[in-house]
Write a protein that binds this ligand. Structure first.
Ligand code: GLA
Length: 401
C-alpha cells in the first residue's frame, strides 16, 4: 500500500468516526435517546448514460460522499425525521400511505417508508435525523443516497432486512411514485451495492452486476460545473418518452424487442425511416452507448486508459449531439479537460443539463489537471468548479464505533 493510500484510509476512518459522533450527539439533543448511525454513498457514473431505463448497461462507482442517518425505533407507528440540511422536520403515520409529498425533501425519506410498507416490509415507527454530505443538484445522486440510507435505517431499526437489490428497487419505486421523478435503477443500485476500490458493471435488465477494479495508474476526477438548469427534470422525462416511442415502433417490426437494449445499430439503420428524426438520434445514442460500456469494461480489464479515454470522448459527443442533454458549461469543462496533457478523456456524467463531468487523468498529472480546469473554467464562466477525486466506496452500511 502506498503512503498516500494509507493516509487516505486513515483520514477516512477518523472522518467517519467524527461524523457519526456528531450525529449521535445531535440525535440525543433532539429526541433524548441513543441512535444507531447509517450511511449511504453518492455516485458517479463512469460510462453508460441514459441506458438504465432502456434496460441496458451502466458503470457507476460509489463515492466517498455520504448521506448520514441517525435512527432509533419509536413506540408508535409514526416516522419523524429532521433534516440538518434544511433545518426542518416532517412526519407521517405508517397506517396512512397516501402521501402528498412531491418536490419536497421529505419525499425521499417518507416515500421510502411508504414504499417499504407497500412492498410488504412491516417496518415500525422511528425517529430519524438526516445529514446529507452529497452535494445537491450536482448529478452525484444525493437523492438516491438519502433514499437508501433512510430505507436501510428504517429496516434495521425494525429488526428487518432486505437484499441490496430489493432495497434498491423499493427506493426507486419511492422516487418514481412519491418524488415524481421517473429515474432508472442505476443510482439506487450503486448506493446499495458499491464496493471500495471497484466500479460496478450493471445489467439494468437482470440487475446482475460484476465488480471491476479501477486503473492502477490513472485517476477518475469529477468536476462540478456548479450549475443545474431548470428544465433538467422535464427534459429527462421527454428523453424517456422518445425512447419509448422508438421501442414501440421498432417492436412492430421486430417482435422480440422489449427495450432499446434489444436493438442493434444495424436494426436501427434498417428501420430508420420509420422513426422521427430526433427519436432516431436518441436511439442511436442509447444503442452505441451500450456498446461503449462493454468496450470500456474491456479497457478497464486490460488496464488500457487510452481506450477508456477515447470512449469517454465518444460518449460525450453522442450525449451532446444525439441525445442533446449537455449544456455550454459541461461542454466547456470537457473541452478544457481534453486540452490538458495527461488527460485520456472526459465527458458529462449523470442526467445532464448541468452537474458534473468525469475525466480520466494520468496519476502524475492530477495536480496540473486540477489547477488548469479550475482556472480555465473560472476565467470563462466566473464560477469556481468543485473538483473531487473518485475514491470508490462501499454501499450502504451501519457506521459502527
Ligand atoms: C439520472 C437518473 C438515472 C439515470 C441517469 C442518466 O441520474 O436518476 O437513473 O437515468 O440520470 O444515466
Amino acid at each position: 500500500m502506498t503512503e498516500e493510500l494509507a493516509g487516505n484510509e486513515l483520514s477516512t476512518a477518523s472522518l467517519v468516526q467524527r461524523e457519526a459522533q456528531g450525529l449521535r450527539e445531535q440525535f440525543q439533543k433532539l429526541y433524548g435517546a441513543e441512535a444507531r448511525i447509517f450511511r449511504a454513498p453518492g455516485r458517479v457514473n463512469l460510462i453508460g448514460e441514459h441506458t438504465d431505463y432502456n434496460e441496458g448497461f451502466v458503470m457507476p462507482v460509489a463515492m466517498d460522499l455520504y448521506t448520514w442517518v441517525a435512527a432509533a425505533p419509536r413506540g408508535d407507528a409514526r416516522v419523524h425525521v429532521y433534516s440538518q440540511n434544511f433545518g426542518e422536520r416532517a412526519e407521517m403515520d405508517l397506517q396512512d400511505l397516501h402521501l402528498r409529498l412531491r418536490r419536497h425533501w421529505s419525499a425521499y425519506v417518507l416515500g421510502v417508508a411508504a414504499s417499504l410498507r407497500m412492498c410488504g416490509a412491516e417496518i415500525g415507527g422511528a425517529n430519524l435525523l438526516l445529514e446529507g454530505k452529497v452535494p445537491m443538484g450536482a448529478g452525484l445522486s444525493s437523492s438516491a443516497s438519502v433514499e437508501v440510507a433512510a430505507g436501510y435505517a428504517l429496516l434495521e431499526s425494525s429488526g428487518l432486512s432486505r437484499s441490496p437489490v430489493e432495497l434498491a428497487k423499493i427506493c426507486q419505486r419511492a422516487e418514481n411514485e412519491f418524488a415524481g421523478a421517473r429515474c432508472g435503477i442505476m443510482d439506487q443500485m450503486i448506493a446499495c451495492c458499491g464496493r471500495t476500490n471497484y466500479a460496478l458493471i450493471l445489467d439494468c435488465r437482470t440487475l446482475e452486476f460484476r465488480l471491476l477494479p479501477l486503473f492502477a495508474d490513472a485517476q477518475f476526477v469529477v468536476c462540478n460545473s456548479m450549475v443545474k438548469h431548470d428544465h433538467a427534470a422535464g427534459e429527462y422525462n421527454a428523453r424517456r418518452a422518445d425512447c419509448e416511442t422508438a421501442t414501440r415502433i421498432l417492436a412492430e417490426q421486430m417482435p422480440g424487442v422489449r427495450a432499446l437494449r434489444d436493438v442493434s445499430l444495424g436494426d436501427l439503420e434498417r428501420y430508420a425511416q420509420l422513426l422521427p428524426e430526433a427519436v432516431y438520434r436518441r436511439s442511436r445514442h442509447v444503442i452505441s452507448e451500450n456498446a461503449r460500456v462493454e468496450d470500456a469494461r474491456g479497457a478497464l480489464e486490460r488496464g488500457d486508459p487510452e481506450s477508456f479515454g477515447r470512449l469517454l470522448r465518444e460518449s460525450h459527443r453522442s450525449l451532446k449531439e444525439d441525445y442533446e442533454v449537455s449544456c455550454m458549461e459541461l461542454d466547456l469543462l470537457v473541452e478544457i479537460a481534453c486540452g490538458i496533457s495527461g488527460v485520456y478523456g472526459s465527458r458529462m456524467t449523470g442526467g445532464g443539463f448541468g452537474g458534473c463531468t468525469i475525466s480520466l487523468v494520468r496519476s502524475g498529472a492530477v495536480g496540473e489537471f486540477r489547477s488548469a480546469v479550475a482556472q480555465g473554467y473560472e476565467r470563462a464562466t466566473g464560477r469556481k468548479p468543485d473538483i473531487y477525486m473518485v475514491r470508490a466506496s462501499d454501499g450502504v452500511r451501519e457506521a459502527l464505533e
